[in-house]
Design a protein around this ligand. Structure first.
Ligand code: M6R
Length: 595
């Protein structure tokens, strides 16, 4: 969701920024723009659509040693050229890009900017006009930035160019992600490390309220009051090769196929040769002593949390609740003293989860973040972090992060009270079963053709753990193929929703839980009798003649880890057949950094 890239250095700025923006494409966007400081003026190029469209409008010889770029995911104002970033102050002095939402933009317009003429419908333009006014008032940009932060309410990561300072790039951060990259003869900024990883592996974190002044030689960081902060860089453990698609057409296909390797990597990272789990004892003690555990997350991570609750209650016997992060702050349940929180987030940047984390930390509760991104906001702001070790997930549709989340949750749950299970063995079985499913891709392509090539509605049904996978299956199918899909508790269908079943409606039953298998089969018969086009995805030991997809058996607790692969592949092929933009589905952002 909105991507920012900036550079100050020795030329090649345009190429670096455009490449960085392309790397950030996965975050989701609907328009893009770039500003280059030529030494005398700041040239701005903006286009609705893809970066490829933007490139066509930038003169080939345009370059600079200072520039900023942006991919916009519309919040205030429709996707259009006039609403694309960068935005400039009316006097032309300041140019900036913004990620986040200014909550009091209307009030700021009325109070300070009633005489200004706006060239866009964005909240971002409010920032740049206000900042220009503050520069006039205070005489210099750093003082104006300090004053600006006192007026803005909301989230903002800003990269700012001052026409009068061709050798300086400014960065400001509050609640939205922004990292500074330390180079040799250049310095960089970006929404995440991936945007700069082919230039540097050394980064400075910026905390909320801080701003930074970058020149080609130095990076200086200041707090909200303008006091200089001494901060060390950290090294990002990302391999630039992880960003390549390799032989795959889409990142999603690459990432689905990586899942067996990810499980094996997690086993290596978390289980030693003596079969002991390598999770920090402090984390385990905190969880063990918790009266109640609250799991908070969004989207796919929320679905992982639903399974995680079962793991914690079964293996550690601690009462656990799962909540949507976006609802939690506004609809807070009773939280008993001695409760502990687990945040699950692939990106570690989801604004809804972050708002909940801030709220519960203010109430004095401890939090563990399970994330794929070291150094991410949710990781830094929680007491503890467990990493997923899944490698960068670029496709908007989350696949390998989900299975990694389940694996780390299972390992944690088992370690809390030393649950008697050979996890190394069981998870290795999972990885092998996943290998076999990845080899079945031709079958999934045929099934997608048969079930999802046309029609606008579909259902996944299941019971117990299968139900949670059905929710994830439905999300996967709808987000990339745009087929309206519901994941349903199989037994609940007949209490109303069965009215939607028509001749040919696809209904896929997930059957991996022995004690409810027959019930789910009966529910499938009920819908088949009403014209549904039914299919089954079944574990080998529960299979019957006529089942559609049969996958290897694994330990019953870990069936979601394997059941989810066929539904990911089906979603992929459904989207492929329908000619959808698989890695960058419409309206979606990978990292949802606004509430
Ligand atoms: O980065 P997070 O795990 O916090 O993201 C949460 C959701 O936005 C994310 O899982 C989303 O639902 C995915 N697009 C689903 O594939």
């Amino acid at each position: 969701m909105c991507g920012i890239v900036g550079m100050i250095g020795q030329g090649q700025t345009k190429a670096m920024i455009l490449k960085g923006l392309e790397t950030l494409e996965y975050r989701g966007y609907d328009s893009a723009g770039i500003a280059l400081h030529t030494g005398r003026a700041v040239d701005v190029y903006r286009e609705k659509g893809r970066i490829a469209d933007l490139k066509k409008h930038i003169p080939t010889d345009a370059d600079a040693h200072l520039g900023i770029g942006h991919t916009r995911w519309a919040t205030h104002g429709r996707p259009s050229q006039r609403n694309s970033h960068p935005h400039q102050s009316s006097n032309g002095r300041l140019t900036l890009v913004h990620n986040g939402v200014i909550e009091n933009e209307k009030q700021l317009r009325q109070e300070y900017l009633h005489d200004s003429i706006f060239a866009s419908d964005t909240d971002t333009e409010v920032i740049v006009q206000l900042l220009a006014q503050l520069v006039e008032k205070h005489g210099d940009l750093p003082t104006a930035i300090i004053a600006l932060q006192q007026l803005l309410h909301g989230s903002y990561a800003l990269a700012i160019i001052d026409r009068e300072q061709p050798d300086v790039l400014y960065a400001v951060k509050n609640k939205s992600p922004l990292l500074i990259g330390k180079g040799e003869e250049a310095n960089y900024l970006g929404s995440d490390a991936l945007a700069m990883i082919d230039k540097t592996k050394n980064f400075y974190e910026l905390n909320d309220g801080e701003y930074a002044i970058l020149t080609a030689e130095a990076v200086e960081i200041f707090d909200r009051e303008g006091k200089k902060i001494i901060r060390e860089t950290f090294e990002a453990q990302i391999d630039a090769n992880d960003l390549a698609k390799g032989p795959f057409k889409h990142y999603m296909m690459k990432e689905m196929n990586e899942q067996p390797a990810v499980i094996r990597r997690i086993i290596q990272a978390y289980i030693n040769d003596q079969n002991e789990t390598l999770i920090d004892q402090q984390i385990l003690t905190t969880l063990r002593n918790a009266k109640r555990i609250f799991i908070l997350a969004a989207g796919t991570s929320y679905h992982a949390g639903l399974v995680g609750k079962q793991y914690i209650e079964t293996m550690a016997q601690i009462p656990t609740e799962v909540h949507l992060a976006s609802e939690f702050v506004y609809n807070m349940p009773f939280i008993p003293e001695g409760s502990c929180f687990i945040f699950i987030s692939q990106s570690g940047e989801t604004a809804d989860s972050r708002a909940a984390l801030v709220a519960i930390r203010e109430l004095g509760f401890e939090a563990l973040t399970i994330t794929n991104v070291p150094g991410s906001t949710l990781s830094r702001e929680a007491n503890y972090t467990l990493l997923l070790h899944a490698g960068p997930e670029i496709a908007v549709a989350s696949t390998k992060a989900y299975t990694a989340q389940l694996t780390v949750l299972a390992l944690t749950a088992a370690a809390i009270r030393n649950y008697d299970l050979d996890l190394k063995f069981e998870l290795a079985r999972v990885a092998t079963a996943m290998d076999h499913i990845c080899e079945m891709h031709e079958q999934f392509e045929m099934l997608a053709q048969n079930y999802f090539s046309h029609g606008q509605h579909a259902f996944y049904i299941g019971r117990h753990l299968d139900y949670f996978v059905a929710l994830e299956a439905a999300l996967k199918l709808k987000e990339i193929s745009y087929i309206h899909t519901e994941g349903f508790a199989a037994g609940e269908l007949k209490h109303g929703t069965i009215a939607l079943i028509e001749e040919g409606t696809p209904v896929v039953g997930l059957i991996a839980q022995a004690k409810v298998a027959n019930h789910t089969r009966s529910n499938l018969q009920e819908v088949a009798a009403r014209g549904a086009h039914t299919a089954t995805i079944v574990c080998e030991s529960l299979a019957q003649a006529g089942d559609t997809v049969i996958i290897d058996d694994v330990h019953e607790l870990f069936t979601p880890l394997v059941m989810v692969l066929p539904v990911q592949f089906l979603a992929y092929y459904a989207a492929y057949i329908r000619d959808c933009d698989i890695d960058k589905p419409r309206n979606l952002a990978k990292s949802v950094t606004v509430e």
